[in-house]
Design a protein around this ligand. Structure first.
Ligand code: FES
Length: 111
């Protein structure tokens, strides 16, 4: 029987920054605004002193391009589609800092 390994971060955010060319049929999270939202989230985590507790990692395509722009927060496994700086702020303060899922931005993704 194995024991659970200690977690490095309290929560870990993965944001798709895939950048496809304009007009690509699948679009991309980078083209849909995630690059700017990633920088904003990074800055807010630093300002709030959360950088040590919250991991933030850019990724390639997460496989649900139709729902772009996408991010997923673990360990809860909550998928979000942030569209504005206000959305990012709410995810940072409500979910990442306080541990409450932002229901209005959370998505259920199915294959
Ligand atoms: S381009 Fe972001 S999920 Fe595919």
């Amino acid at each position: 029987m194995s024991e659970a390994l200690p977690q490095v971060f309290k929560r870990h955010v993965f944001m798709c920054l895939t950048q496809r060319p304009p007009g690509h049929p699948h679009g991309s999270c980078g083209a849909a605004g995630n690059a700017k939202l990633f920088e904003l989230m990074k800055a807010r985590l630093e300002v709030l002193g959360l950088g040590g507790d919250i991991g933030l990692t850019s990724t390639g395509c997460l496989g649900f391009c139709a729902a772009q722009p996408l991010m997923v927060v673990y360990p809860e496994g909550v998928w979000y589609r942030p569209r504005t700086p206000e959305d990012v702020e709410e995810i940072v303060t409500t979910h990442l800092r306080e541990g409450q899922i932002v229901e209005r931005l959370a998505m259920v993704l199915t294959r």
